[in-house]
Design a protein. Structure first.
Ligand code: ADP
Length: 532
């Protein structure tokens, strides 16, 4: 510990103890700088100004007691060593503090200057060591993730090549093949698909671990998604003679989820259900609203299969976990499916869990949040407890000419959303998620905290950015940008802020429905149009 650089923050409310500790500190290390405060709030404020070399902390302060005291200090200054000053009577608590990240504890009555100096030096060194271990661990994790990601990508290329040539042979494009050869080639193709799925899982798990898994939530019908997943899995279920049932209340409101990712989760769970259920059994997918939780839809996939061992149940969402009894010739996964599924659900604001009875079957459940425009709008349309003074809804309509490639459409919409996000201020404006399209065009919306005069600049920016889309540069589509003012703060409005946000949200919904051609809207004539 460099004496010149040693500064200690002493958080101690007892003036006698504080003086004694300060004296011992200065005796042991004359160059030490001690800042003494009596309350936790003052200590936290001091940590906001300057990080000391070390914090000496009494646990029972006028504004904080016990474990809460060190929890808050560790949260505020995770990289600063903290040493607890403990009374004889709270030694057990001090030991608990050490378990949770505090470097050491000193019994107040036993402090000598030599003892204190040595304890502080060790604390600083230990903290430094821990920090470098953590850096090394992160570097190793990053290297492992990069390695896995690289290898997985490289493995894909030859696999795709095998897939293409086997398909070519199967289709008879290289000459006629005998039925037995066709059967063999189908087996090869099945194994290639399994390998593809494993590599995809490996890539996804690597992304999840390094925080790079992405979801793009939008407004979707969970009923439609479940129907799609069930349709896709019907052939697999039929092949194994497992029944596939569906019980979905069609009145369930729209959810806020990434449709591709939610579909992936559903397919994974249904696939597992079919895999672990013997012929003549069944898999049932349900979706319902639960009275105790009005904010989310509850989706479950139940099967009448072999069930899961109670000891294994807490482990099945762990990476690479596979029940040893389940790993037979038919297993094709890496034990990553449920881990990825749970991560994807969590990224979409839901949670996932499982229940099972050995021999009777299992139920995997997850939630997805309902779409609430008001909840999305709230932080953007309000400021300092009030509705903003002016609000505008900008509508960006992108229409491809019939000749343009429809296959690229999803990618174009994704790019458009990215471009729009570059045109707004994150704290004042909101690019709404895709709300669906009207069949021929994609319409995207931005809620902007500005007035009709100010929105011109934004619209200009939007046009400039959107015109960089290859579709528009190639003259294969048209762009139309329009704006409508939204109800904003009125001096006479006696409603609560929540009610006012609901009002804005209703109005935005009405305009979106109109924009998508779902409903007539009398405000149409008032809108100012800026056709491209
Ligand atoms: P994989 O990707 O290999 O299929 P998962 O993560 O999907 O792995 O599943 C992990 C383990 O959880 C499986 O090996 C199996 O033991 C258990 N499991 C998953 N779904 C079910 C189910 N519906 N019934 C019984 N066991 C299951």
């Amino acid at each position: 510990m460099d004496p010149q650089a040693t500064s200690v923050l002493l958080i101690e409310d007892n003036p006698g103890d504080a003086d004694l500790v300060r004296l011992r500190l200065v005796e042991g290390r004359p160059a030490v700088r001690v800042n003494c405060v009596r309350r936790l709030s003052d200590g936290l404020a001091a940590l906001s100004n300057e990080m000391p070399s070390l914090v000496l902390l009494d646990l029972n302060l006028p504004d904080s007691h016990g474990a809460e005291t060190f929890r808050r200090v560790l949260e505020k200054a995770p990289n600063v060593p903290v040493v607890v000053l403990s009374g004889q009577d709270d030694e057990a608590l001090a030991i608990k503090a050490v378990h949770q990240g505090v470097q050491d504890y000193l019994i107040k009555g036993d402090i000598t200057s030599k003892h204190l100096e040595r304890a502080l030096r060790y604390a600083v060194e230990r903290q430094g060591l821990l920090r470098s271990l953590e850096i090394t661990r992160k570097q190793q994790l990053e290297f492992k993730n990069q390695f896995l990601s690289h290898v997985s990508h490289e493995l894909r290329t030859p696999l795709t090549c095998i897939h293409q040539y086997v398909t070519l042979l199967l289709d008879g494009l290289a000459g006629p093949i005998a039925p037995v050869q066709s059967d063999h080639l189908k087996t090869v193709l099945k194994s290639v698909s399994q390998l593809h799925a494993m590599i995809r899982d490996l890539l996804e798990a690597t992304r999840a671990e390094s925080g790079k898994l992405r979801v793009e939530p939008r407004c979707v019908s969970i009923g439609d998604l479940i129907a799609q997943a069930v349709t896709m899995m019907r052939p697999t279920a039929a092949e194994k003679r497992v029944g596939l049932e569906l019980a979905v209340d069609q009145r369930i409101p729209l959810v806020y989820a990434d449709p591709d990712r939610a579909l992936e989760v559903l397919i994974n769970l249904i696939d597992n259900g079919i895999k672990f259920t013997p012929p003549e059994g069944s898999v049932t997918v349900k979706a319902c609203v639960v009275e105790t939780d009005p904010s989310a839809v509850y989706i479950s996939v139940s099967d009448t299969g072999r069930g899961i061992n109670p000891g294994a149940l807490p482990l099945i969402f762990e990476r690479l976990y596979q029940d040893s009894e389940a790993v037979d010739g038919n297993r094709s996964g890496l034990g990553l499916g449920l881990y990825i599924a749970r991560e994807l659900v969590a990224l979409q604001g839901g949670r996932m869990w499982a229940a099972s009875e050995l021999g009777s079957g299992s139920t995997f459940s997850f939630t997805l949040p309902f779409f609430s425009l008001a909840k999305l709008l709230y932080p953007v349309v309000s400021c300092e407890g009030q509705l903003r003074e002016s609000l505008v809804l900008v509508r960006v309509e992108l229409t491809p000419l019939p000749i343009s490639l429809r296959g690229n459409w999803k990618e174009i919409c994704h790019q458009s959303l990215e471009l729009l996000r570059r045109c707004v201020y994150v704290d004042k404006d909101l690019v709404l998620p895709q709300m669906g399209n009207n069949g021929t065009a994609e319409t995207l919306f931005v809620v902007a905290s500005t007035d009709m005069a100010g929105v011109n600049i934004m619209m200009e920016r939007i046009r400039e950015q959107m015109n960089t889309l290859p579709l528009l540069q190639a003259g294969e589509g048209t762009l139309r940008v329009t704006a409508d003012s939204l109800p904003a703060r009125a001096a006479s409005d006696a409603r609560t802020l929540e009610q006012q946000v609901w009002g804005v949200s209703d109005c935005v919904t009405e305009m979106i429905l109109h924009g998508l051609g779902c409903k007539s809207n009398s405000k149409q004539e008032e809108s100012r149009e800026y056709a491209h």
